[in-house]
Design a protein around this ligand. Structure first.
Ligand code: NAD
Length: 377
């Protein structure tokens, strides 16, 4: 089976879907692995190490796509790449399927079986393949590092003969995978950390990291069976904003990570709340790519408000730590392939009864087969 891993073309994308370690694992399984030269350059994996792992370098991208039984990449593909693939081939990447109807239709037209990393069920069995979690952890870490660099203040308390520096105050909104890592990182740097999430089950996890859980009574909130937050009503969002305004005004760093799976992120920090913040404070909107939690945040830009608050809208915080982000992401890809690998037949099993495949396979056999997206056809 030919597996082709393409270089990323999205500006600012520094990660790769394959590292030398996972290349060696795939070769050992029995795959023939082809990559473009320089595949891992931006994430600091050397061509020589891929070579030692047993990959073949190809420079004709179109021919490699046409000959591949499986294509791996981090970001969604350009439409012309899909058209070049052979019928019956597999494609695995992030796909943003809720917002990319055209892409799904292109996979159907090409007869390609497209699996979406975002849709891999977050079950114990699929934990090794959970790319949302592996990347969110690093994004949470990187958010604190980015904010600390822009703050112009130290984070820890320091007692010096010249006086005492008080610890910076960090407020994390949304304590899922990214939020919990942001809390842990800010704590390690010595900040005083508070956090809020609409899922009450998170309170214990926040406290176990040594942070304070902010209580805001929103009435019925809860979570889905998959552990995701439910969307709030406009009244609940207003209550949440009122409950958070004072804490935000006192904070030096605010990190927002609040997302609702498959929907636009809720707007939680409005202009009035930003106007109440201290000059020099920093806000990092981790949800900026999915609509944003902060009213004036913009993907790919830093916005500085009239009162001196910097709002960081970095679209890929995990890309700032691309070496490690690629290490764990490539491991997610390799775990997916290993799970579906049929050693005897030396190909992927299209076992449509498999719970993991049912969750993440969007197109197959020239149709959209995932019920969540087929319904929109
Ligand atoms: P996410 O990225 O969808 O959301 C981030 C956080 O924002 C969540 O904690 C959510 O509750 C919170 N949020 C949503 N609306 C909010 C609001 N208005 N105000 C404040 N916070 C808000 O979620 P995630 O971090 O990817 O994962 C969330 C949960 O999914 C995890 O904590 C866990 O329970 C579950 N999960 C399970 C597994 C597994 O079993 N293998 C793996 C990963 C995640």
């Amino acid at each position: 089976m030919n597996c082709y891993v393409t270089a990323e073309t999205t500006p600012g994308e520094m990660r790769t879907a394959l590292t030398p370690v996972t290349a060696a694992a795939l070769v050992k399984l029995g795959l023939k692995v082809q990559v473009q030269p320089g595949l891992g350059r931006k994430s600091h994996y050397a061509d020589g190490d891929y070579e030692k792992a047993g990959v073949t370098f190809v420079s004709d991208h179109a021919a490699a796509l046409a000959g591949a039984d499986l294509v791996l990449r981090v970001r969604k593909p350009p439409a012309e790449d899909i058209a070049r693939m052979k019928r019956g081939a597999w494609h695995l990447s992030f796909l943003d399927p809720f917002n990319e109807r055209g892409l799904l239709d292109a996979f159907v037209a090409a007869g390609v079986s497209a699996a979406s990393l975002e849709m891999i069920p977050r079950t114990t069995l699929a934990q090794k393949m959970d790319a949302l979690s592996s990347q969110a952890s690093l994004a949470g870490y990187a958010a604190v590092i980015e904010a600390a660099q822009r703050l112009g203040m130290a984070l820890p308390m320091m007692m010096t003969p010249a006086g005492t520096i008080m610890p910076a105050r960090v407020f994390v909104i949304g304590a899922g995978v990214a939020g919990l890592q942001a809390i842990a990182t800010a704590k390690r740097l010595g900040a005083r950390v508070e956090a809020f999430d609409t899922r009450p089950v998170v309170e214990e996890q926040v406290k176990s990291l040594g942070a304070k859980f902010v209580k805001i009574d929103l009435g019925e909130t809860g979570q889905t069976a998959g552990g995701y937050a439910k969307a709030l009503t406009p009244e609940q969002v207003a209550k949440q904003q009122a409950g958070m305004a004072k804490i935000i005004a006192q904070s030096d760093i605010v990190i927002t990570t609040a997302k609702v799976f498959g929907r636009k992120a809720p707007l939680l920090v409005n202009k009035a709340m930003l106007a109440g913040m201290k000059s020099g404070s920093v806000v990092v909107d981790i949800a900026v790519e999915s609509g944003g939690n902060v009213e004036t945040s913009r993907p790919g830009e830093d916005v500085i408000t009239d009162n001196g608050v910097t709002i960081i809208g970095h679209p890929c915080l995990e890309c700032t730590v691309a070496h490690h982000a690629s290490q764990v992401l490539a491991a997610n890809f390799a775990a997916w392939i290993t799970h579906f690998w049929d050693e005897k037949a030396a190909r992927l099993r299209d076992d449509l009864a498999d719970e993991i495949l049912k969750g993440c396979l969007i197109t197959h056999g020239g149709a959209i087969i995932h019920p969540q997206f087929a319904a929109q056809a």
